[in-house]
Design a protein around this ligand. Structure first.
Ligand code: ATP
Length: 600
């Protein structure tokens, strides 16, 4: 359904740990709290590990001697250790909540900010569902890792290492038995890691594609219904959902293999330590207390060993999600403010010049625009006409630096626009697009578009200039009426007039309009055209036009053909001198054209 290219599935060779390491800056402001959480978790583990040692001391000491008072105190000690373990556990839980929530919000803000600054060339290439899934589900997957799994991964690794030390301290042979039994865990985990990360990455990419399908089918619901394509859309969705399901099943199978490798190990370790420990005890090299303590230590390891599969799965899911997240965050912002900015003169006259401007899409074989020369004088309206796909929208986008020229330069009142701060340039040049995009919010919000300095009077004035005042006044709450998601509660003509009001409200010095009448029916077109006539009075403007009626709003017309401006003149001059222009106009609006042609 979409013309955008599929985002390539990349599985970087970078290890999960190296990918996750890149997340540290997002948690850095809370590093102290995270450190405390780790300390708290480690303290809880130490308390748990101390209990078997106290048991050993009880059996070899008070029990052997029959000292009941000492036994009572030791039991109280065990109780206290248990209580401390629970307290540290709770502390760990509490300490990690704040940092992980703030990390999530920092990551979302960083991504949103970056997406806003990325050039249109990037957005042209990426499916919005892929962006959405990264901004929502990938970040949630990433944050689940520090919130739950990370601490356990660190603490459980510490617990296993500490237990090994304790066992070695009791008897090197017991330590060796435990180390040998742990080998399959290490091998299984290593094999599991890269495969599970690749599967996670595939699943998350497929989820992104699924999100794209949902988004496109919701946005295009009218078309799908009108063409009776709902069943086909559902079938395509089901196919994509099945792909995702199969990948998820693959993930579960992998995790199942690892879990099956690990799950019996604690019991094997327990049996082996009991057998070897019993043998050592029988020989008198291990006390009864040490034997019980060794068994208790290995029993304590049951959860750390069994949880390894789940924790590694979480770590690798988070790493795959982080890889996708950084794929966006690493995308270069190519359209930026100049290092040594120049300011536009005030007052700005709106004198626009394109000097030998060329543009080529990255990777394209040839230029879309080649050495285009064009001038719009202050106060003038120039219409740009050309065949579909000739690059008119692209040329309009160059003026506000939605795209950057790849050759030549554009000046506004003599200043190269690449030397002007972006915000200043985009305040001076306002754009009206073919598709009048509105946002959820009121009419006034849509006109103001977060430019808080604009007063209510300026908004009302803009609505009047754009010929939108009467229909807005008839709305239930006037300019405070909510327009609904994307303004679908309004007609096409109303939306376009609000887009016009949005463009003129800041009194821009230059107005660029990308075919603002093309999507409108004849009646609505007449309404917007009347508004345009008003707007253009006293403003410098470039207007992309298809129809003679729109072209007539301009004093001069430029014809874009084969990437060059091939003719400039009045509408009637070009009708007489340019067969291509004549053909374009004749194919656009039969009736008006015939009247025009007869008079030219
Ligand atoms: N990434 C890309 N690489 C190469 N060519 C591209 C890329 N993206 C768009 N194009 C081409 O650039 C042109 C874009 O033209 P543009 O949208 O400016 O045309 P237009 O004259 O405004 O057309 P219309 O009148 O139909 O709106 C199209 O021919 C399109 O195929």
């Amino acid at each position: 359904m979409s013309s955008k290219t599929q985002v390539p599935e990349r599985n970087e060779s970078r290890s999960a740990a190296a990918t996750l390491y890149r997340l540290i800056p997002f948690v850095k402001p809370d590093i102290l709290l995270v450190g405390l959480a780790l300390l708290s978790a480690t303290a809880a583990t130490l308390c748990g590990l101390l209990i078997p040692l106290v048991i050993q001391w009880i059996i070899d000491g008070p029990v052997a001697r029959g000292d009941l008072l000492e036994l009572l105190w030791a039991s109280v000690g065990i109780l206290l250790l248990g209580a401390l373990e629970a307290l540290f556990f709770l502390g760990r839980h509490r300490l990690v909540i704040g940092p992980s929530a703030r990390m999530e919000s920092r990551m979302r803000s960083a991504l949103f900010d970056h997406l806003q600054r990325l050039p249109l060339i990037f957005h042209d290439r990426w499916h919005s569902g892929q962006l959405l899934s990264r901004a929502v589900s990938d970040i949630s997957t990433i944050v689940r890792f520090p919130r739950y799994a990370l601490v356990y991964l660190v603490v459980n690794s510490f617990t296993i290492a500490a237990s090994l030390v304790v066992l070695c301290w009791m008897s090197p042979l017991l330590g060796l038995v435990f180390a040998v039994i742990s080998v399959p865990v290490a091998i299984g985990s290593t094999l599991f890691e890269s495969r599970y990360k690749a599967q996670s990455l595939r699943a998350q990419n497929q989820l992104g594609d699924l999100t794209t399908q949902v988004e496109e089918s919701v946005l295009g619901i009218r078309v799908l219904k009108a063409f009776g394509r709902s069943a086909q859309a559902t079938a395509a969705f089901r196919r994509q959902a099945e792909l995702l399901r199969n990948t998820e099943i693959g993930k579960v199978r992998l995790l199942g293999v690892l879990t099956a490798t690990i799950v019996g190990l604690p019991e094997i370790a327990l049996g082996a330590v009991l057998a070897v420990g019993g043998f050592l005890a029988a020989q008198g090299t291990l006390s009864a207390g040490e034997l019980v303590a060794a068994v208790a230590v290995v029993a304590y390891l049951q959860w750390p060993l069994e949880s390894i599969g789940y924790l590694l799965a979480e770590a690798n899911s988070a790493a795959a999600a982080a890889q996708r997240y950084f794929q966006l965050l690493d995308a270069p912002v190519t359209i930026v403010d100049p290092p040594r900015p120049q300011h536009l003169p005030t007052p700005l006259r709106g004198h626009l010049r394109l000097e030998k401007v060329s543009f080529r899409f990255p990777g394209a074989a040839e230029d879309l625009l080649t050495e285009v020369d064009l001038e719009i004088r202050p106060g003038e309206t120039l219409a740009l006409v050309g065949a579909a796909g000739s690059g008119k929208s692209l040329l309009v986008g160059l003026i506000t630096r939605l795209y950057d020229v790849t050759g030549g330069r554009i000046t506004l009142d003599g200043v190269d626009i690449t030397q002007v701060p972006l915000a200043e340039l985009r305040e001076a040049v306002a754009t009206v697009f073919e598709d009048p995009v509105l946002f959820s919010g009121s009419v006034a919000d849509n006109v103001r578009l977060d430019r808080e300095q604009l007063t209510d009077e300026q908004v009302d004035e803009a609505l009047r200039v754009a010929n939108a005042d009467s229909f807005v006044a008839a709305m239930p709450s006037g300019a405070r009426t909510e327009v609904g998601e994307q303004g679908f509660s309004l007609s096409g003509g109303q939306r376009q007039r609000l887009a016009l009001a949005r463009a003129v409200v800041g009194r821009p010095s230059l107005l660029v309009m990308d075919d603002p009448l093309s999507a409108l029916d004849v009646h609505t077109e007449a309404e917007v055209e009347a508004a345009l006539r008003q707007v253009l009075r006293g403003t410098t403007a470039l207007i992309v036009a298809h129809r003679p009626s729109t072209v007539q709003l301009a004093s001069r017309v430029a014809l874009l053909s084969g990437g060059r401006i091939t003719a400039v003149g009045s509408h009637h001059e070009l009708l007489r001198t340019s067969p291509e222009y004549w053909a374009l106009m004749s194919s656009s609006d039969e009736q008006t054209f015939q009247t025009e042609a007869a008079t030219s």
